[in-house]
Design a protein around this ligand. Structure first.
Ligand code: QAP
Ligand code: CO
Length: 171
């Protein structure tokens, strides 16, 4: 089912998520709802907390060279841990929970992550480029952090002002 995506400043978005303990049909149904919601809202990544579920679950589905979002490129990442990270890269990020706002954010360029798949199999994988950025962005959600918290003081002040104005306008 397509779910509502929580939008900043919803307080749930600041909570820390908990590890998945049971790799059962409840988890599979959550993953299904997350996928349907991400596709419906035209996102490339989503964390469970964004639909109100405080579990360490995230999905990422980047588009290919032709701009197609293929389900065979879908990553389902459960209970992730960053084992190694290095380098630095800057990318213009956005977030379904901060609709309409995009800004440059610095993150590690390469990461090595351990995680579990939907059946509870442990995986270890290295990510680079946009996938590394997306995993770090979504893992921040699991700790209750949003990308706007990484903005400089001045940029954040400008963001808050614009966001309040937008809310008043009823958008
Ligand atoms: C996270 O972001 C991400 O403002 C996923 O109006 C960010 O899917 C991964 C979106 C940067 C990699 C790089 C944002 C859709 C989607 C909006 C998203 C909007 C509509 C954001
Ligand atoms: Co996000």
């Amino acid at each position: 089912m397509i779910q509502e995506v929580l939008v900043y400043p919803n307080k749930l978005l600041r909570e820390s998520s908990k590890d998945v303990l049971h790799f059962d049909e409840h988890l599979h149904s959550l993953l299904h709802d997350m996928y349907e919601t991400m596709v419906a809202k035209e996102g490339i990544g989503l964390a469970a907390v964004q639909i109100g579920v405080l579990l360490n679950v995230l999905i990422i589905n980047l588009v290919d060279e032709e701009g197609c979002q293929k389900i065979e490129n879908l990553y389902e990442i459960i209970n992730p841990v960053i084992l190694e990270k290095d380098g630095s890269t800057i990318y213009q990020e956005g977030c379904l929970s901060v609709p309409g706002y995009y800004d440059e954010i610095e993150r590690a360029e390469h990461i090595k992550v351990s995680y579990y798949d939907r059946n509870g199999n442990r995986c270890e994988e290295e990510f680079t480029d946009l996938m590394a950025i997306a995993v770090q962005h979504e893992m921040d959600h699991l700790k209750g952090r949003l990308f706007i918290e990484k903005l400089s003081y001045l940029k954040r002040k400008k963001f808050d002002k614009e966001w309040k104005k937008k809310q008043k306008a009823g958008k």
